[in-house]
Ligand binder design. Structure first.
Ligand SMILES: Cc1ncc(COP(=O)(O)O)c(C=O)c1O
Length: 394
């Protein structure tokens, strides 16, 4: 056994989260793509079968009340809340991330008031956020400016209505300074909207602590909700009365069954709802979130950093110098839960890795992404992935 093999074995033996792996359905490969689609928690299929067979098949319409379908968006929001540092009553689950970006941005511009005519968006963002921000700006008569997170402080002015930022960059894995950037945005009187897709479930977010105004995130990555599972929207408690949704559907009406032709928004987080919730996906997500019972986000973060440190050490040991360039910051304060390596033939290299059971992904033009999901990835996985990568890069 090599030195790194032995170290991996010892690190796995000392890992307090290691037992959680058995709660997931995995094969004997190495799955490093949980930052794209989280693995399946093993109990979810039976729970979904119960929702379909009994709740839908037998109880039918009664399930809206008796199986808690109607209140699922807020209930599951409260289940996600502690994972992102939010108190109860501020998160609602439903619709896609893209739709929630739209709701949050338009509502933020409306809250900021007429005098503020500019919207800032992260220039390095996952494309959907940029597309939606462009449309939100056009619809609300604001100008959109794309700037990198580092440029945000200088770009802010009394014209800025809102700023849309990513907590962790989807391509490089860079973690942005949410507390400092939120404080800068607030100092100029604007609203901070954060996309948490690549941070929720991987590291502490601290939404309440840092006074974030609005946030959105998906649930199919580190929260393991399943393909296309619904996203969530956070509206800080003291802003909820001013949250003026651009999609005021009947589910967010104060009296949804009053069938009133005039819209009166409901109080609280459920103002973020739109139409009939996606019950099958929602309840699969609710079941998936049970794996978090008793798990601290701080422990997940500590393991994530140890895993990514160890993976980088193994990549350096197994790969010729200069063959790949790491684009994820070395500094822990700037690192999310993935390692992104650049090499010219990244697309072909990833195909070969996947054929050998090491599943990461490729992002154009030249990035190999390896996501580390501490609930089910271990140190031996990290060592094996780096070893196979080193062999394929030779
Ligand atoms: C940062 C970020 N925002 C948004 C999305 C996707 O949005 P949606 O859930 O609407 O597909 C992704 C998907 O990977 C993402 O990484």
């Amino acid at each position: 056994m090599s030195d790194l093999d032995l170290r991996a074995e010892k690190l796995d033996a000392a890992d307090e989260l290691a037992a959680l792996r058995d709660r997931f359905t995995l094969d004997d490969g190495v799955y490093l793509d949980g930052n794209s689609l989280g693995a399946l928690p093993a109990h979810v299929p039976d729970r979904v079968a119960d929702v379909v067979r009994r709740q839908w098949g037998e109880l039918r319409i009664r399930s809206w009340d008796e199986s808690g379908w109607w209140t699922a968006p807020e209930r599951i929001g409260d289940r996600i809340a502690p994972l992102v540092g939010a108190g109860p009553g501020q998160i609602v689950v439903g619709d896609s991330t893209s739709v929630n970006v739209f709701k949050a941005l338009v509502a933020a511009v409306r809250m900021a008031g007429d005098g503020r005519d500019e919207l800032l968006v992260d220039a390095t963002t996952f494309p959907t956020d940029g597309y939606i921000a462009e449309s939100a700006a056009r619809l609300t008569g604001r100008t959109l400016r794309a700037v990198t997170p580092a440029e945000v402080p200088d770009a802010l002015s009394e014209r800025t209505a809102a700023v849309l930022l990513n907590h962790v960059d989807y391509r490089t894995g860079r973690l942005h300074d949410l507390p400092a950037l939120t404080a800068e945005v607030h100092a100029r009187g604007a609203l901070a909207v954060w996309d948490l897709c690549h941070s929720a479930g991987a590291l502490p977010v601290g939404l309440d602590e840092h006074g974030v105004d609005l946030a959105i995130g998906c649930t199919y990555k580190y929260l393991n909700g399943g393909p296309g599972s619904p996203a969530y929207l956070y509206v800080r408690g003291d802003l909820q009365d001013r949250f003026d949704s651009p999609l005021p559907g009947w589910n967010s009406h104060a009296e949804p069954f009053g069938m009133d032709p005039v819209y009166t928004p409901a109080p609280g987080a459920l103002r973020g709802r739109v139409g009939t919730p996606d019950i099958l996906s929602l309840l699969a997500l609710e079941a998936a979130l049970e794996v978090w019972d008793g798990v601290s986000v701080a422990a997940v973060r500590a393991k994530s950093l140890a895993l990514t440190d160890f993976f980088l050490e193994c990549v350096r040991a197994y790969t010729e110098p200069g063959r790949v360039e790491c684009v994820t910051p070395e500094r822990h304060a700037e690192r999310g839960s993935q390692i992104a390596l650049r090499c010219p033939d990244a697309g072909e290299v990833m195909k070969r890795l996947i054929a050998r059971g090491v599943v990461g992904d490729f992002r154009r033009p030249d990035v190999l992404r390896f996501g580390f999901t501490p609930l089910y990835v271990g140190f031996r996985d990290a060592e094996r992935a780096a070893r196979v990568l080193g062999e394929e890069l030779r």
